[in-house]
Design a protein around this ligand. Structure first.
Ligand SMILES: Cc1cc2nc3c(=O)[nH]c(=O)nc-3n(C[C@H](O)[C@H](O)[C@H](O)COP(=O)(O)OP(=O)(O)OC[C@H]3O[C@@H](n4cnc5c(N)ncnc54)[C@H](O)[C@@H]3O)c2cc1C
Length: 292
């Protein structure tokens, strides 16, 4: 198994920022993941797995870890009855396509979530009333101690949260779907995509929602919009003029620019609404937001 050095994380994140990973590998089988976890364990090196990097901010200084991106049979998708058997590295779009072709519904909510199964389970990603916890039967998770199948309860899935931590690799999952005519699935996906396009930035370098929605009558996006932050820019990063809970890489942004914007957004939301926004985007490397 080839282990690369100095691979820039800016190539592995949709925002396009971040320094280099200490080590990088693309395992394609469970055995290769096992070997890589062993290799890192012997050297005391941390392990982090990335999917499409669509919910990820990586430190500009780089990440002192072995970073994995799953491929090959760990990104494969197959159907068996009403179950979709998927690799942790399989893209949601591929899974949805296979489900639709097989006449299996239930995964339509993921049509506009540009990630992988592993990232979706980690985040319990969701949209339009659906999320991974509603379709996940079980997931095979590897650590240095071996691999085990875990249920959604054992994974601790709740709103945009799981109990997973770095060093745990989602190798495979089983999604429990239901029979639905392909045409109905296609029509629902078309409608959801149109809604998405009307409300959120598309064809931009972003990482999806910056903050989780707080327990408040206003969503995080509406709150930041009310603070006058749409279009606000720091360095190369800008709050989307279309949806205030998105940060775009407008022009040569760094992760530090995005963090500064997030800090400013939190400060203003706290000042105006008394709310402490919590970040939805995952941090990789030594990153933190300043206290309020
Ligand atoms: C335009 C846009 C729209 C979006 N819309 C939505 C939305 O509607 N709803 C929503 O919930 N999210 C949304 N997102 C955010 C993002 O797409 C989801 O959170 C997605 O599930 C992340 O998947 P990923 O594969 O890109 O994960 P990554 O961003 O690569 O990683 C996210 C976390 O998961 C971990 N991880 C990834 N794969 C594995 C694995 N195999 N094993 C263990 N850990 C793993 C990473 O270490 C990291 O901590 C959007 C993003 C964009 C850019």
């Amino acid at each position: 198994m080839r282990i690369g050095e100095g691979v820039p994380l800016s190539r592995l994140t949709t925002l396009g920022t971040g320094g280099s990973a200490r080590a990088f590998a693309r395992p394609e089988t469970e055995k290769e993941v096992e070997e890589l976890l062993g290799w890192a364990g012997e050297r005391g090196i941390a392990v982090a797995t990335v999917g499409l990097g669509s919910n990820l901010l990586a430190a500009d200084e780089g990440v002192d870890a072995l970073v994995l991106r799953l491929g090959g049979e760990l990104a494969a998708v197959e159907t068996e009855g009403e179950v979709l058997r998927v690799g942790g590295g399989a893209a949601n779009a591929v899974c949805l396509h296979r489900a639709r072709t097989a006449g299996l519904g239930g995964f339509e909510f993921a049509c506009a979530i540009p990630g992988t199964i592993g990232g979706g389970i980690w985040m319990n990603a969701g949209a339009y009333g659906g999320d991974f916890s509603q379709v996940l039967g079980r997931a095979l998770v590897a650590t240095t101690d071996g691999a085990a199948w875990l249920t959604p309860e054992e994974l601790g899935l709740s709103y945009r949260h799981s109990d997973l931590s770095h060093g745990q690799v989602v190798l495979r999952a089983e999604l429990r779907l239901f029979r639905r005519p392909s045409e109905e699935i296609r029509a629902e996906v078309r409608e959801l995509n149109a809604r998405r396009k009307a409300a959120q930035p598309t064809n931009r370098r972003t990482f999806g929602s910056v903050f989780k929605n707080p327990e408040h009558e206003l969503s995080a996006g509406r709150m930041l919009e009310a603070c006058g932050l749409k279009g606000h820019r720091i360095g190369g990063a800008r709050i989307s003029p279309k949806h205030a809970n998105f940060i775009e890489n407008a022009d040569g942004a760094t992760t530090a620019d995005a963090i500064s914007l997030m800090a400013e957004a939190r400060r203003r939301a706290h000042e105006t609404f008394g709310v402490e926004l919590r970040h939805e985007v995952e941090f990789l490397g030594a990153l933190e937001l300043p206290p309020l």
